[in-house]
Design a binder for this molecule. Structure first.
Ligand code: MF3
Ligand code: CO
Ligand code: CO
Length: 277
């Protein structure tokens, strides 16, 4: 039976169909994604030894509220926080808590704001104080992996080209690619078709077309790729407890390549790394 409610929300269900968005939608995504990027910019100076991830979560909530946006993770599938904070060997979906960050930690902060119905999804790594050279190298390799994936976005190519570019580069740097989580279509919905794998072959996946909008968010490990989920039902960690990093951008496919919606207006896409201004 199709109820009135089903009919009303039909355009907002993940049907597996890949949506193509128009220029008005691109304008909406630019705004939502820019707000997310500005929040991540603000966090660069706030992530210091002694900062709790709860206080980061509070900042993300309040910054959103101050700008008319709601964090998409709030009450999403039972998740109750405004952001995910994934420290060291935590791969993704770390839950903010009262524990202070410590000098030498690296933490991923993942923010998705809903602004005027559009979802802006992005994450960055933040070094806490001075970090080891090995940690810094993983952050550099991971952001470069994301950039290589983005460079593979082109109408006519398949989404597998993104994963292939990431895997070839990351494994060539003696790192591994997490298989258990992927990028995703995003727009009116938080998680939509298509899935964007961060490994694989360029002839796999669906053909990219102008108007598609999705995230690329590789998780790269210094050790083996395998993960497990802790008993809280969310926190994903590396099985070998090796260091893990992730950066995420939301992109829209254009006639010639793609537009990165979540670029930092302040040039802080890799906070704390030497090449970042
Ligand atoms: N922001 C994450 C992503 O990049 C999803 C977090 S869902 C949560 O897709 F429930 F764990 F918050
Ligand atoms: Co995402
Ligand atoms: Co995200």
């Amino acid at each position: 039976m199709v109820t009135y409610q089903d009919a009303a929300t039909a355009p907002l269900k993940n049907t597996g169909q890949i949506r193509l968005y128009d220029e008005e939608a691109f304008a909406g995504m630019r705004k939502a994604c820019n707000l997310t990027a500005r929040c991540l910019d603000e966090l660069a100076s706030r992530v210091t030894p002694g900062t709790t991830t709860d206080s980061i979560d509070r900042f993300v909530f309040e910054f959103g509220m101050d700008h008319g946006a709601i964090p998409a993770t709030l009450n999403y599938r039972g998740y109750t926080k405004s952001t995910c904070t994934s420290i060291n060997h935590v791969v993704c979906h770390g839950i903010p808590d009262h524990k202070p960050l410590r000098e030498g930690d690296v933490v991923n902060i993942d923010v998705t704001y809903i602004l005027d119905g559009w979802h802006g999804d992005s994450s960055r790594m933040y070094p806490v104080g001075k970090i080891k050279r090995a940690s810094e190298r993983l952050l550099e390799v991971t952001y470069e992996s994301l950039l290589r994936g983005i460079a593979a976005v082109e109408p006519g190519a398949r989404t597998g080209a993104i994963g292939a570019a990431i895997q070839v580069y990351a494994e060539g740097e003696r790192c591994s690619v997490v298989r258990d989580f992927c990028g995703h279509g995003v727009g009116r919905l938080f998680h939509d078709a298509p899935n964007i794998l961060h490994y694989g072959n360029s002839h796999e996946g669906v053909e990219m077309r102008p108007g598609m909008i999705f995230t690329i968010e590789p998780m790269i490990n210094l050790g083996r790729p395998h993960v497990k989920i802790l008993s809280d039902g969310w926190t994903a960690v590396t099985r070998d407890r090796s260091l893990s990093a992730q950066y995420e951008h939301t992109v829209g496919v254009t006639e010639t390549g793609c537009e990165i919606f979540t670029l930092s207006p302040a040039g802080l896409d890799c906070p704390g790394l030497p090449q970042a201004s």
